[in-house]
Design a protein around this ligand. Structure first.
Ligand code: HEC
Length: 160
């Protein structure tokens, strides 16, 4: 091989590798896609998660691939559907926000009885649960404080 050819093939090889890298990418995809559901694991959120599990919330709710479906709303993406204030208010007096709520002790745990610290931790955990567009847990249309978008109750009706 002449010197000019060596340089030519060298450059061609480099370009091929660069092109393959772009197509296959470091993670095997072109543009990295944001995760559909994700959690902002602050320390309080993690503590809240431990409290959530210890209180048996999973016996009605599903979150992070654990717990029941069909009894109560799936809580993945809860922090995208609801504001921090809504959650704090809900854990303080759920009946003010949801008519006929299960959380006045009629079915689920009575949130009015939560201690200040428990309320803070559960709110932190719920607020850490986020979703992106593309997730079935993303509110449609996007909203903060209104009733949850693709209503979980409608889905449950069909499942019953
Ligand atoms: C016996 C079943 C049951 C258990 C146990 C239960 N929940 Fe619920 N939860 C419900 C039902 C039903 C709803 C539907 C809304 C309502 O009734 O207020 C709900 C709604 C919620 C919501 C509001 C969802 C939304 O955005 O509309 C949150 C947050 C929540 N629960 C958190 C918890 C936490 C935290 C625990 C554990 C301490 C828990 N739940 C345990 C039945 C339950």
């Amino acid at each position: 091989m002449r010197k000019g050819e060596k340089v030519f093939f060298g450059i061609a090889a480099l370009l091929t590798v660069a092109a393959l890298y772009r197509v296959a990418g470091p993670a095997g995809e072109g543009t990295p896609k944001p995760p559909r559901d994700y959690t902002l694991w602050t320390e309080t959120a993690q503590e809240g998660y431990r409290l959530y599990k210890s209180k048996g919330c999973n016996s009605c709710h599903r979150v992070l691939r654990m717990g029941e479906i069909g009894v109560a709303p799936v809580l993945d993406g809860e922090g995208t559907r609801r504001s921090e204030q809504w959650l704090t208010d809900y854990f303080t007096d759920p009946a003010r926000l949801v008519e006929g709520t299960a959380h006045d002790g009629s079915l689920g745990p009575d949130f009015r009885r939560l201690g200040t610290e428990e309320r803070k931790l559960l709110t932190a955990f719920m607020y850490s649960l986020r979703s992106n567009p593309g997730s079935s847990n993303y509110p449609v249309p996007p909203q903060d404080d209104g009733p949850a978008g693709p209503d979980n109750e409608t889905e449950q009706e069909g499942q019953r």
